[in-house]
Write a protein that binds this ligand. Structure first.
Ligand SMILES: Cc1ncc(COP(=O)(O)O)c(C=O)c1O
Length: 296
């Protein structure tokens, strides 16, 4: 099997592994026309997909939610994705998996009949998690802003226009991420989940239709439980965000990152907090144990 270098990645499209530059999707694809599809992003360290089953289970849940039968079983998905990792160079990559409701001959809002789903998987190079030491973590800047998204943010849908606009709003303000507020309560980031530290406890908004059940969020909850750190899934009024001792965001490709500036004001003392540091160490230790990478 030929292994492609990272600058010429192999992709997967509808049953075939092929160089990314040769992959072609019809303009009739409903992902393109309607954003009618779902996706996953799965990190891969040292050639091993991290939390693969959890990601596939979430993909299957997203597909169920949009009434699109999964084109593959759990084990078929795992084989397909492992096959793509093997064909791509280097250990660290992230897989972007997209499934849409296919490319029927007519543009029509109604679900097509007899139209196979489009399955596309892209491999992108992922930053080496060892490249930046925890001591060198400077933290990120965020804005808080109104959540303009729809009412089913628990579905990992490809229609991400609102998230794109929100992330751009953060960028225009010189920030990395937008923390979204709905009816006076913190929801999540435009591309991440949110945690705050208040009175020694870690708080994160509860699951529901307004946020995505992040795989990293689950992992952080699991690690907090395992190591006896107090963590509660509770509604967070925006005033608690503004007064938090620490704020973190989490996602599969970034892990847990400390927020040091929110709306132009320092969070806590303006440096990554002690509880973030402990969580990041637990996270790195777990990754190292499972994948052979991590700090220290
Ligand atoms: C809106 C949103 N919330 C949360 C997350 C974090 O999810 P995960 O930890 O599974 O990457 C993401 C990741 O892309 C996201 O886009």
């Amino acid at each position: 099997m030929a292994v492609q270098p990272a600058n010429n990645p192999v992709a997967y499209l509808n049953g075939q592994y092929l160089p990314l530059e040769e992959a072609r999707i019809s303009p009739m694809d409903r992902g393109f026309l309607f954003g009618d599809g779902v996706y996953e992003v799965i990190p891969c360290y040292n050639g091993k997909l991290f939390r693969l089953e959890q990601h596939i289970q979430r993909l299957i849940r997203s597909l169920d939610a949009i009434q699109l039968p999964s084109p593959h079983s759990l084990s078929e998905w795992c084989d397909l994705l492992d096959g793509l990792v093997l064909r791509n160079d280097s250990g660290h990559q992230s897989l972007y998996v997209q499934v849409t409701r296919g490319a029927p001959p007519l543009r029509d809002h109604r679900f097509p009949t007899d139209c196979p789903a489009t399955v596309f998987v892209l491999s992108q190079t992922l930053e080496d998690p060892d490249a930046r030491s925890l001591d060198a973590e400077a933290g990120i800047r965020c804005i808080s802003t109104t959540d303009i998204r729809w009412d089913r943010c628990d579905i990992k849908a490809v229609s991400l226009l609102a998230n794109v606009l929100l992330r751009h709003e953060a960028r225009l303000a010189g920030c990395d991420e937008a923390i979204l507020v709905r009816d006076g309560f913190v929801m999540e980031g435009s591309t991440s989940n949110v945690f705050i530290v208040r009175q020694g406890a870690i708080l994160t908004p509860p699951l529901g239709p307004a946020i995505l059940g992040g795989i990293t969020r689950d992992l952080i909850i699991e690690l907090a439980n395992r190591h006896g750190l107090p963590l509660q899934e509770v509604a967070i009024p925006v005033a608690q965000l503004e007064q938090a001792d620490e704020v973190w965001i989490s996602s599969s490709t970034r892990g847990a990152r400390p927020v040091v500036m929110l709306d132009g004001k320092p969070v806590g003392d303006g440096r990554p907090g002690a509880l973030w540091r402990r969580m990041a160490e637990y996270y790195a230790a777990l990754r190292r144990e499972l994948m052979g990478v991590g700090h220290f």
